[in-house]
Design a protein around this ligand. Structure first.
Ligand code: FMN
Length: 142
């Protein structure tokens, strides 16, 4: 079964809500998933993943420092060819997801379009997150 690893940082749970919905969508397409808050994440879990989604909210015009450190530590993990998604909740600017996208692209990952939700995701936004999780899964299965 193809495997999707979802790693996220969150301050007030909005990006976490997104991550849970992305996982639901991917599981509905039959993927194995690993969902971890970045504080509990192990980069070695990415080694045998077919897809990797990394999320961070935007704080002070940047991604969370914990997510930044996790991404920096990925230098020795082979990510080339894996399918990637950058996602996160924001208030008024998009630096976090833009930077996650750039970093994962620089590792040779094949990125789908970033998933951005303003503030707390409601029912419609969570449905969008599920749909993106399913689309990501379909791309991974191809
Ligand atoms: C101290 C603070 C700084 C913030 N800075 C930004 C920012 O620079 N750009 C932005 O778009 N949103 C900013 N926000 C809004 C958060 O990105 C938004 O509340 C988001 O939903 C938080 O996601 P989370 O619940 O996953 O932590 C800030 C919020 C706080 C409390």
């Amino acid at each position: 079964m193809p495997k999707l690893v979802i790693i996220y940082g969150t301050g007030s749970h909005n990006t976490e809500r997104m991550a849970l919905a992305i996982e639901e969508g991917a599981r509905a397409e039959g993927l194995d998933t690993v969902l971890k808050n970045v504080n509990e994440a192990d980069k070695n879990e990415l080694k045998d993943a077919d897809g990797v989604a990394v999320g961070s909210p935007n704080y002070n015009h940047a991604m969370m420092p914990t997510v930044k450190k996790f991404l920096k530590d990925l230098a020795d993990i082979e990510l080339s060819g894996k399918v990637g998604l950058a996602f996160g909740s924001y208030g008024w600017s998009l630096e976090a997801t833009d930077d996650i996208h750039k970093i994962l692209t620089s590792h040779g990952m094949e990125m789908v379009q970033d998933l951005l939700i303003k503030r707390m995701p409601g029912d419609e936004e969570l449905e969008l997150c599920r749909r993106v999780g399913s689309l990501l899964a379909c791309k991974i299965k191809k």
